[in-house]
Write a protein that binds this ligand. Sequence first.
Ligand SMILES: N[C@@H](CCC(=O)N[C@@H](CS)C(=O)NCC(=O)O)C(=O)O
Length: 206
Amino acid sequence: MKLFYAPGACSIGIHYLLETMGDPYDRQKIDIKTGENRQPWYLALNPKAKVPTLQRDDGSVLTEFPVIAQHIAASAPGTGLSPSDPECALRAAEMTDYLVSTLHMQGFSRIFRPAKFCEDPTTHDAIQRQGRDVVTSGLAVVENELKPGGALHGEATFADAALFYVLFWAIDRVKLEVPRACAERYATLKSTEAATRVFAEEGIAL
Ligand SMILES: N[C@@H](CCC(=O)N[C@@H](CS)C(=O)NCC(=O)O)C(=O)O
C-alpha cells in the first residue's frame, strides 16, 4: 500500500500507524503549500484534494482518516490495533470519529485556517478563539476516555493514530496546556521509535 501525506498534516497519524505496524509500505510526500494536492494527477487519485490518501495494492484508493486507520489496523489482526471485541472496536471508531470530525475539523481548522471560515481578517481572532474552545472541551472528553473504563484506556488501537496527530497539534504546535492523561499518552506515543522515524521522515524538529 502507498500513503500520500503532507508533513505535519493529519496524515502524520496514518504515517505513525504504518510505522507502528512495521510492515513494508510506500509513501509519497504531497506539498499542500504549493497546491500539489490540487494537481490533476492527485485529483484523479483523490478528488477531495486531501491527505491522507491510501492506495491499496490492487490500485483502489481509500480516503477519510477514520476509514484508512481502521483498514490498516484490520490488515494486521495480531497487533491488537484492531480490537477483536466488537464493543471495543465500536468505541475506538467512535473516538476516532470524534477526534477527526470535532477536534480537527471544527477546532484545529479554525485555529490554523480561520480564513476558511470567513475571509474578513477582523473575524480571525474570534474564529481562532472558537477553535481553541472546541479543542479544549474536546480534550476534556478525550481525558475521560483515557481513564480506566474509557474507550482510549489501555492498549493502543487504531484510535491512537488520531490521538497521535491531535495531541501533536495541541501540545507541540499550538502549545496548549492539555489535561494530564492526554499529556501522558502523548509522551508515551512520542517516545516510540515509530514516532521518531515519522518526525524525522516528515522533517519535523521538536
Ligand atoms: N475528512 C478528511 C480531512 C482531511 C484533511 O482535512 N486533510 C487536510 C490536511 S490536515 C488537507 O488535506 N488539506 C488540504 C487542503 O485543504 O487544501 C479526513 O478525515 O481524512
